[in-house]
Write a protein that binds this ligand. Sequence first.
Ligand code: PLP
Length: 353
Amino acid sequence: MKKHNFSAGPCVLPKSVMEQAAAAVLNFDEGLSLLEISHRSKPFVDVMENARSLALELLGLEGKGYKALFLQGGASSQFLMVALNLLEKRAGYLNTGTWADKAIKEAEIYDDIYEVGSSKNANYNYIPKGYDIPDDYDYFHCTSNNTIFGTQMKNFPNSPIPMVCDMSSDIFSRQLDFSQFDLIYAGAQKNMGPAGTTLVVVKEDILGKVSRKIPSMMDYKVHISKGSMFNTPPVFAVYVSMLTMQWLKDLGGIKAIEEENEKKARLIYSEIDLNPLFKGYAVKEDRSNMNATFTLENENLKETFDAMVKEAGINGINGHRSVGGYRASMYNALTLDSVKALVEVMSELESKA
Ligand code: PLP
């Protein structure tokens, strides 16, 4: 039986959230399923409003000129939507991994992109530092956590232009001054809920400045004016995201989960560093608290290790093909006990080898 889910996303969700979601599929409103009621009915409009306000509340952005939207098309659609809405002449991008690179490629369709820094030369095992952001560009784009490579930005630049951040794989996981960002987006399927919706938090005053015509579905202003209901929203994904945000709020919010996330990260990285059979992939100072990437020093041990992992009920630790080795994703809903279980297997391998 699989008990410990380290998948990179979709991934583990809190059990209480799953139970409520399952119940709502059967009976959400007087015998009707969440999946069959109108999205314009009061019970669902309340869900959407609650989800939007919980997102702003958790991020400490209430009353600061931001709007929260739950859109479709994944974080990948945000790569082009950001450019369509904000790119007039030129934008600066920090290239820290596969997803950042994809964001650059999409934006390049529309206009000129300048890479302010890149760690491509070292297969993205670090976060570039000391780069400059030109003050006459339209915006600066960065990726807070690089899911595939296991690196995470610990500091953000003091950007002279609007700062846009892809937080798909570490949203709601650590305390930051979120007001330093003008636009944040995150696919739900890691720290927020099931795949199918993407959270966008945007400061309204950065919008409406480009000269191009923007198709309605791609226009943040249209979605804001319709209360994130311009078209039929992905009701299930929004509902489960709302439940997960409520779960986080009840736990004590981002501050409380950050402490747990730090404990989990300390535990796995100390094993990686102390156990001579393993080697960390990302440089130490840029290691992600969400995705720990590591390899076996001796590939001959792979079969034994994989069998032990399976036996312990551990799921989803295979590394991405562009890095190889292993990746333990430790999102908010993964418990410290699950990390302990993995670390035990790693140290057992050392005693066997
Ligand atoms: N950005 C980051 C940092 C990601 O980790 C991912 C997916 O894992 C994406 C973007 C793409 O998200 P989606 O599949 O929702 O388009």
